[in-house]
Design a protein around this ligand. Structure first.
Ligand SMILES: CC(C)(COP(=O)(O)OP(=O)(O)OC[C@H]1O[C@@H](n2cnc3c(N)ncnc32)[C@H](O)[C@@H]1OP(=O)(O)O)[C@@H](O)C(=O)NCCC(=O)NCCS
Length: 223
């Protein structure tokens, strides 16, 4: 890990850059625009709940050039309700814009909206568990920053009395279910996914992957 780059707790001043990184990485590590190009609403959909309601569970990676990655997460028992509420608000904003013709030059947005409404079920997730989303800009991947943020979040989850953490991830031909199992996760549930349409050549599944805490114990079971 380079000396100039640090992991630190999220602060309100990081809100815009976290929302930006979300949109830069949401298509399995790449920019989301070919799928849906209203970045404001997309960031609302994915990160707003976490930044507003659980900022204490968020971390950022900060390099000399600024924030380059984040982890957002939840340790609250009622987060499902909050996430759905924020999600519905974002979806209603999308609908208003679509109906008023704001997306007429972005045909991919209409397709995305159709897929949201057609939407399959999300995978089930474990009860009494923390969960997280993590994304890092390409130039800063594979240098240990993700692992460091995960360790910090796992410690926070344990402090909150939780012994399980899950993530919703996409499995696709470039990053298969096997990848997540080899990375130390168990598959809790999975569903076919059409979230990215043709922009991510299939088959694509949404996986709920889980890991028991403490992390060291989970790692030991791999060897
Ligand atoms: C996934 C990501 C956050 C990992 O961060 P990173 O700083 O590159 O990761 P590190 O250098 O710490 O090491 C890679 C480790 O992350 C693990 N990893 C990969 N994807 C992961 C995920 N979604 N959650 C937790 N760990 C993950 C790998 O198993 C690997 O562990 P290993 O070195 O023990 O094999 C980062 O590469 C990234 O943003 N990728 C693109 C977007 C993405 O896939 N986000 C995940 C949500 S679907």
């Amino acid at each position: 890990m380079s000396l100039e780059t640090i992991i630190r707790p999220y602060g309100r001043k990081d809100q815009e850059i976290v929302r930006h990184i979300c949109c830069e990485t949401a298509l399995v590590g790449n920019p989301i625009d070919p799928v849906f190009n209203d970045r404001e609403i997309f960031a609302d959909l994915i990160v707003k709940y976490y930044l507003q309601k659980e900022p204490e569970n968020a971390f950022v990676v900060e390099s000399e050039s600024g924030v380059v990655g984040y982890l957002i997460g939840s340790t609250h028992s009622n987060s499902d309700f909050g996430i759905v509420k924020f999600g519905l608000h974002a979806v209603s904003k999308i609908l208003v814009k679509a109906i008023s013709g704001k997306y007429k030059n972005s045909p991919q947005n209409a397709e995305f909206i159709k897929r949201i409404f057609r939407g399959g079920l999300s995978p089930k997730h474990p009860k009494n568990a923390a969960h997280l989303h993590i994304n890092i800009l390409p130039d800063f991947r594979n240098q240990g920053f993700g692992t460091e943020m995960l360790k910090r979040f796992y410690a926070q989850a344990q402090d909150a009395g939780l012994n399980c953490v899950y993530e919703m991830v996409f499995a696709h031909p470039g990053k298969t279910e096997k990848y997540f199992i080899e990375a130390g996760f168990s598959i809790f549930d999975k569903r076919p996914s059409d979230f990215f349409g043709d922009h991510l050549p299939g088959p694509v599944s949404t996986l709920c992957v889980e890991r028991q805490l403490p992390y060291e114990l989970a790692l030991a079971t791999l060897s």
